[in-house]
Design a binder for this molecule. Structure first.
Ligand code: SF4
Length: 403
């Protein structure tokens, strides 16, 4: 992987990545750990859905993509990012809808050369011209979602010609030497096709630097529960990732396991939270309930530190499971929302009915099946900067919410 970074990457982009994401990213996690010791809480990784609109209609999408457009304006984004920087953050996940449909996206990226942005995109708006501009700004990695071959992609994403349009965007990003990732939401229709070495080898050959295999979560207005993976398939996906990390010259990201293979929830552990296109602060993208907003008239640090809803979410989720409270205990999530009178933060206003209709499903937590990292590099990085930081031990004695 280091050889690929040295010989394949644009040196200026590699340097930006190492400083803004590497050094400053690690520093933001260290600051998070120090704050937690003092009982204060602010997530080092913010995921921001800057717009709800999208050109695709994916199965299981929980974002109100067909509703009237709402986007976070440049001024509000700059206030949020500047205040988060004051707290020590430098990394921001940019989601949607489709982020490249936000007309001021570049203005936001270019306003913060000292930060690093990961853009979750379907890739269809990445032309050669757009990729050239991303290269010029240098602090962006596009994470392009591929959900299967032509037929599967069209079915999964509700449009025609999806795969070829996405691959054109991917090629434009790679031709312009962007540090590019490919992600997949693993489900029944693409599991066999994409969770294999041949797919990873193809990505490496194309010049892709990292992959991310999410596990499909049956939520939203049309949940398609039939697409969800079985517990054994989820475990096999974990095993595959661990094996490939020790074998292939491509980085593989995950957000659900520590170095020992213990499951975790990045929202319950306080590592990340989500902001929706209306500015509502949600525990995570699929927990569509909120009490606070980035538009509240106070510094974002206070907004997070003073949130009783988020504090109770961390405690309730960590007490209930090391996995996903949405999947495993939607009943407890409903009680939490009722306890705080949290609002339905969707445009469709059916989030509570959806939650009430959910039955308990398995998630990443299966005690006794832990698969530790084989790669020493991943073990070290996770030991230092990506684990539960004592969350589940604290939850056991009822003090997780206070950081
Ligand atoms: S609640 Fe579930 S979907 Fe949300 S961050 Fe935690 S594990 Fe992931």
């Amino acid at each position: 992987m280091a050889k690929r970074a040295l010989f394949e990457m644009d040196k200026r982009l590699l340097w930006k990545f190492l400083i803004n994401m590497g050094y400053r990213g690690v520093r933001s996690v260290q600051k998070h750990k120090a704050r937690m010791k003092k009982g204060e809480y602010f997530p080092p990784f913010l995921y921001i859905s800057i717009i709800n609109s999208c050109n695709l209609r994916c199965q299981g999408c929980w974002v109100d993509v067909a509703h009237e457009e709402s986007k976070i304006e440049v001024e509000a984004m700059n206030k949020l990012i500047n205040e988060a920087k004051e707290v020590g953050n430098s990394f921001f996940g940019i989601l949607g809808g489709e982020p490249f449909m936000h007309p001021e996206l570049f203005e936001i990226l270019e306003s913060h050369p000292d930060c690093y942005f990961q853009i979750f995109t379907n890739g269809q708006f990445i032309t050669d011209e757009v990729a050239k501009r991303l290269r010029a700004v240098g602090n962006v990695t596009p994470l392009i979602s591929v959900e299967g071959s032509e037929i599967v992609s069209d079915e999964r994403r509700g449009r025609k010609g999806v795969y070829s349009k996405t691959m054109r965007g991917l090629e434009a990003a790679l031709d312009n030497k962007l540090i590019t990732g490919v992600c997949t939401s693993l489900c029944q229709s693409n599991y066999e096709e994409l969770l294999n070495e041949a797919w990873l080898d193809k990505l490496i050959e194309m010049g892709v630097m990292y992959a991310w295999f999410h596990v499909y979560r049956p939520v939203g207005p049309v949940m398609h529960a039939e697409l969800a993976l079985t517990p054994d398939q989820q475990l096999q996906a974990r095993r595959f990732v661990v094996e490939m990390r020790a074998k292939k010259p491509i980085a593989i990201v995950d957000a659900y396991y520590d170095g020992n293979g213990e499951a975790l929830c990045p929202a319950a552990t306080g590592m990340s939270h989500h902001i929706n296109p209306w500015g509502d602060i949600e525990p995570c993208p699929i927990v569509q309930f909120a009490k606070e907003s980035i538009h509240d008239d106070r510094h974002i640090r206070e907004t997070f530190a003073q949130s009783e809803f988020l504090k109770d979410f961390r405690q309730t989720a960590a007490e209930a499971t090391r996995g996903c409270i949405v999947l495993e205990r939607p009943d407890l999530l409903k009680e939490l929302v009722d306890r705080h009178g949290a609002k339905d933060s969707t445009a469709r206003k059916t989030a509570m009915a959806e939650l009430e209709s959910m039955e308990s499903l398995p998630s990443q937590y299966r005690p006794g099946t832990e698969i530790p990292e084989k790669s020493l590099a991943y073990r070290l990085v996770k030991k230092l900067w990506f684990n539960d930081f004592g969350t589940y031990a604290r939850a056991a004695n009822g003090s997780n919410g206070n950081g």
